[in-house]
Design a protein around this ligand. Structure first.
Ligand code: ZEM
Length: 294
């Protein structure tokens, strides 16, 4: 078949100022809803939306990824792994009305950038220009997103299919510092730690502590020995059991600056998988709301 080329293109009149305005609108709404989801707010939800929008990418044929904003179409929309993400799309939909020149892929990935930066995470370089795919074509099939019940080989298969390295894989999964699992979405339950609305390296610090299988009638998940209040997914625990993944887990547990730097690079890359940007396109870096206060 013919190779798919997804060429980014930005409306001529739009630049950093316009995208910062959208960023600010999303950020204000995020801060208004700090109490949502029992105090988790919207950080986790919007980060996961940006990730699942991008994480269908397949390097071998350049299909999937964030370019087309295809998550509103079946079968991607009803992929079990995307359960609950309609809440995130709904949260952002008013900005689709307000900024009709912005594509879904741009809006959903920008939402992830806002979420990470507004809860203390690193600056995420971001480029605009994704184009809505409006026909129900080129919608990725189910089965591309990782399944939490599986092991290290599965995690490596999924992330290497996207063209990502072990180091990038581990860095990205550090986003599990944010938000939580919902029994009515994934069937898993609870947050990974106590500071689930702050971006930190806490996921790695906790992962290295001691865990046991939780006794409950839900899916197999882990519970911390110390307080029995936090969780790990089987795929999280697999990072600890794999000879190569564990190296990065230890590095990130020890060095939050290194984690922030590697996460920022890997997350930017994830959000751009499969997209051809114009040669002269410069990544945008947004100010947080706090940085814009007088
Ligand atoms: Zn997650 N993730 N994830 N993840 N994820 C959940 C929640 C969140 C996996 C997974 O199965 C699950 C990455 C990688 C992987 C976030 C970000 C990122 C949940 C719970 C599951 C089951 C969903 C629910 O019930 O609401 C697996 C198997 C992964 C790889 C092996 C990567 C990479 C991420 C970002 C870069 C975030 C922020 C959440 C919290 C969502 C929320 O609503 O609070």
């Amino acid at each position: 078949g013919t190779a798919i080329i997804n060429t980014a293109s930005v409306p001529k009149s739009k630049g950093l100022k316009d995208y910062q305005e959208v960023y600010n609108d999303i950020a204000e709404k995020v801060h208004e809803e700090e109490d949502a989801d029992d105090g988790a707010g919207r950080y986790g939800l919007l980060t996961r939306l940006a990730w699942h929008n991008s994480g269908t990418y397949k390097k071998a044929d350049n299909t999937g990824g964030s370019f087309g904003g295809t998550m509103i179409y079946k079968p991607e929309e009803t992929d079990g792994e995307n359960a609950g993400l309609s809440i995130g799309r709904e949260f952002l939909s008013e900005f689709m009305q307000k900024y009709p020149w912005l594509s879904r892929g741009d809006l959903w990935t920008l939402g992830g950038v806002v979420a990470v930066q507004e809860c203390g995470g690193p600056k995420i370089k971001w480029r605009p220009g994704r184009q809505d795919i409006d026909e129900q074509q080129r919608v990725p099939e189910n089965g591309r997103l990782p399944q939490a019940s599986r092991g290290a080989d599965h995690v490596r298969d999924v992330f290497s299919r996207m063209g990502l390295t072990d180091q990038e894989t581990v860095a990205l999964i550090g986003a599990h510092c944010l938000g939580k699992c919902h029994t009515d979405r994934s069937g898993y339950d609870g947050p990974w730690g106590p500071s689930f609305n702050m971006f930190t390296n806490d996921f790695f610090v906790r992962l290295l502590q001691n865990w046991h299988i939780r006794k409950w009638d839900g899916k197999k998940q882990y519970e911390d020995d110390e307080t029995n209040s936090f969780m790990m997914l089987p795929t999280d625990m697999a990072l600890k059991e794999d000879g190569n993944f564990i190296k990065y887990v230890k590095q990130y547990a020890e060095d939050q600056d290194l984690f922030f730097k590697d996460f920022a690079n890997a997350f930017s890359k994830l959000l751009e998988l499969g997209i051809t940007f114009p040669k002269d396109s410069k990544p945008l870096v947004f100010k947080t709301l706090e940085e814009q206060e007088d």
